[in-house]
Design a protein around this ligand. Structure first.
Ligand SMILES: Nc1ncnc2c1ncn2[C@@H]1O[C@H](COP(=O)(O)OP(=O)(O)OP(=O)(O)O)[C@@H](O)[C@H]1O
Length: 502
């Protein structure tokens, strides 16, 4: 998220570099009395001409500070034009914002070949496994969130993409469903990434647009879908970049590593759709979708709606059949720890059939017989049925602390609606505190890893079903996970930016 801070709190200080003894192959002499050096984590600029910095204490004496360190993560681009080396980087302007800045030096004391080789080394460190100069199809939802997506894109996101020499095509979504159509018709060989400057809704549409294509499997594998936080719900961005700052997430996307993502088929009536984030029936769905009248409260509407229903011991009866993969919390923790520590990301099998659509449904649809090993169980006291594919559902709400991007499982939380009010309050505090250990460990919280489920809601007079925050008809539906069907960009290429279950 932010550049690593060092002992003296200066993120632009690389402690690993001591100016006087620079290894020559890592150092480029530039200008008069200036050097560019590749440190372990940062590009270190040594320039006698720096006058704007506070002096530092060295050997007991105050010395003028002649170095400046720029973390490799923040380096956006570098190139040699004539005899000038130009480096663009993301400069922190506050704890949660960066803006593009540049340094330029004349290359004097070395030849052009050396300078070009040095630049290549810098870019290797700056990008690592991340693709350089990504080709990005940008979709801007002018009505996302508070309607500021276009402004934020122009001010915070586009300059970073442009400085990184990304190839951009920007399109505003004109109506609901437009992003689905764009994804359905997209030339997938022309783009590496679809970046949604929106909430989660446009990312949902893009994934579903890919899912409708005759070559769905290839489209979902080939083009990474990312979201930049310009909406009300920005869960995808939080999980993959660890921030809901527009400029920091643009930097993370620029440096993002491709990561396979499990996707979930939802069948309801005769329809099949894809979900990347969550499925909710009960309190969460109702709070999310049934409190539109409280929009004026901003995000407090969720907390308020939650408290009212929790304390009212609201129940949402349903019949549920589940394909359980990991049954108890100890085993869930174990599975999480093992996979989280594995340094090798899961590599899905290649898509060999270029015209393959979505995978066949292993468990059939909601209209078929139940799979033989699933059992339909009435849950008359159900309060919350919440199934997640990512960890964070909102800022500070790491609801599915054991979620992993491509473990081939969804994380299912069920909670009874008639739990004592004191327990309900503790639950609420555990959700809001960001202390997920306590939420996960609370005895009223059932936490399982599942590969599929069918739910038949029974609430009299109807209710709410939310799939990735989108309102669905209040009818039975079935879910089935497809391991690593989708592709996103993330900081690590392996895991979510969330504290897991220790
Ligand atoms: N030009 C448009 N006019 C109306 N609706 C649009 C337009 N472009 C996109 N949409 C719709 O807006 C919905 C919500 O968008 P998005 O997720 O970007 O914002 P949000 O503020 O997080 O959403 P929400 O309204 O769910 O809180 C999407 O599902 C999409 O269908």
């Amino acid at each position: 998220m932010n550049p690593p801070a060092t002992d003296d709190g200066d993120p632009f200080q690389d402690p690993s570099t001591s100016p006087p003894n620079l290894p020559t192959q890592l150092t480029l002499a530039v200008g008069r009395n200036a050097f560019l050096n590749l440190g372990s984590e940062s590009l270190v600029v040594l320039d006698e001409g720096f006058v704007d910095k506070e002096p530092v204490r060295c050997c007991g004496l105050l010395q003028p500070k002649t170095t400046r360190a720029i973390p490799f993560h923040n380096i956006l681009w570098a190139e040699l034009a004539d005899w000038e080396i130009a480096i663009s980087y993301a400069h922190p302007t506050s704890k949660d914002a960066v803006r593009v800045a540049h340094i330029n030096y004349i290359v004097e004391k070395t030849d052009r070949q050396d300078a070009e080789a040095w630049i290549e080394r810098l870019l290797e460190r700056a990008y690592g496994q991340s693709q350089r100069r990504k080709r990005i199809k940008v979709l801007v939802n002018p009505f996302g969130g508070k309607g500021s997506a276009q402004k934020w894109f122009t001010r915070d996101i586009e300059p970073i993409f442009a400085a990184a020499r990304s190839e951009l095509s920007v399109e505003k979504t004109k109506y609901s469903g437009h992003a689905t159509e764009i994804a359905e018709q997209l030339d997938i060989d022309a783009w590496d990434v679809v970046a949604c400057c929106s909430g989660d809704g446009v990312a949902y549409e893009v994934i579903n647009g890919f899912g409708k294509r005759p070559d769905a499997a290839r489209a979902l594998r080939k083009v990474a879908v990312v979201q930049l936080p310009c909406g009300t719900g920005n869960a995808m961005c939080l999980n993959l970049t660890g921030t809901d700052s527009t400029s920091l997430s643009a930097l993370s996307v620029t440096k993002g590593i491709r990561m396979p993502l499990d996707l979930v088929s939802i069948t309801q009536g005769d329809r099949r759709t894809l979900s990347f984030l969550s499925q909710a029936v009960g309190i969460i769905a109702e709070v999310d979708l049934g409190t539109e009248n409280l929009r004026w409260m901003g995000s407090a509407r969720f907390t308020y709606g939650f408290i009212v229903r929790l304390l009212g011991q609201t129940i949402y009866p349903a019949d549920i059949a589940i394909g359980v993969e990991v049954e108890d919390k100890a085993a869930v923790k174990e599975a999480y720890k093992r996979q989280h520590a594995d340094p090798t990301p899961y590599t899905p099998p290649e898509v060999t059939d270029e015209s393959a659509g979505l995978p066949k449904l292993k468990y059939g649809t909601v209209n078929d017989e139940l799979p033989t090993d699933w059992k339909m169980i009435p849950h008359d006291k159900l309060g919350n049925f919440y199934c997640g594919n990512m960890a964070f559902m909102a800022p500070d709400t790491n609801f599915f602390a054991a979620a992993l991007p491509s473990d081939g499982c969804m994380d299912l939380v069920t909670i009874d609606g008639d739990i004592p009010r004191l327990t309900a309050l503790k639950l609420l505090m555990a959700v809001g505190s960001g202390n997920q250990e306590s939420l996960f460990d609370m005895s009223c919280v059932n936490y399982r890893k599942v590969s599929g489920f069918r739910i038949v809601p029974k609430q009299k007079g109807g209710g709410y079903i939310s799939i990735d925050g989108e309102k669905m008809p209040f009818e039975p539906f079935q879910a089935e996970v497809h391991r690593a069907l989708g592709t996103v960009l993330s900081k690590t290429g392996r895991v979510y930016e969330a504290d897991g279950v220790a």
